[in-house]
Ligand binder design. Structure first.
Ligand code: GRF
Length: 219
């Protein structure tokens, strides 16, 4: 039976698009059941409509308390009975209560080589530190911000003359390769979170996750 996947977005949704395409092409054994945004103007909602995926918007600005927003989010998600919830550019910090409800079936992608640079402005921070490479990491979401067990990591070179915008575009290309691959592992039952560690094909993954080989197939 194919994995029921719900997506949380806030913006452009280019990762969402890569994932929807991978589902449509059978590279992910999954069925997108919902795209939920905290912003009504998120372009990702349009991408979902074009793909025929149900959408919903819950504006975080309608809630005075983060916990109430998260409770509303969880309720709508649960109605769609997801096996997996994929954060695809979802720019809100989730409460521990929310994370606990979906623990083990909540994935995120972060634009850095975690554990380096959790939080925002990752590209600027990598440039300012004089790093020679950066990247992206798919990880399970736990209560620690951008701190859950890593699943898959892609390295991206930092080139002379780079600025945050150029670097973001190069990293985003890598994100579009690794996110469908990691989600396909989960959807086909190969990837699990056990005892605060990510496991692939019955083996624990290293702390930085599996290393993505550039040039390899996306899934
Ligand atoms: C990506 O860089 C993702 O890693 C970060 O936000 C960006 C979202 O881009 N969390 P998009 O909405 O998928 O185009």
């Amino acid at each position: 039976m194919s994995c029921r996947i719900a997506f949380l977005i806030s913006g452009s949704g280019s990762n969402l698009q890569a994932l929807l395409d991978a589902c449509a092409e059978g590279r992910i054994e999954g069925r997108p059941v919902l795209v939920l945004s905290n912003r009504a103007d998120a372009y990702g909602l349009e991408r979902a409509r074009r793909a025929g995926v149900p959408t919903a918007t819950i504006e975080h600005t309608d809630f005075a308390q983060r916990a109430d927003f998260d409770a509303a989010l969880a309720q709508v998600l649960q109605e769609h009975r997801p096996d997996l919830v994929v954060l695809a550019g979802f720019m809100r910090i989730l409460t521990p209560e929310f994370v606990q409800q979906f623990e083990g079936r909540l994935l995120n992608i972060h634009p850095s080589l975690l554990p380096r640079y959790p939080g925002l402005n990752t590209h600027q921070r990598a440039l300012e530190a004089g790093d020679r490479e950066t990247g992206a990491t798919v990880h399970f979401v736990t209560e620690q911000l951008d701190g859950g067990p890593a699943v898959l990591q892609a390295r991206v070179p930092i080139l002379p003359g780079d600025n945050a915008q150029l670097l973001a575009a190069r990293v985003l290309e890598a994100e579009h390769k690794i996110y469908p691959r990691a989600v396909s592992w989960f959807a086909s039952g190969r990837l699990q979170l056990k005892a605060d560690q990510a496991w692939l094909d019955g083996q624990p993954l290293p702390p930085t996750g599996q290393a993505h080989q550039s040039g390899s197939q996306p899934c």
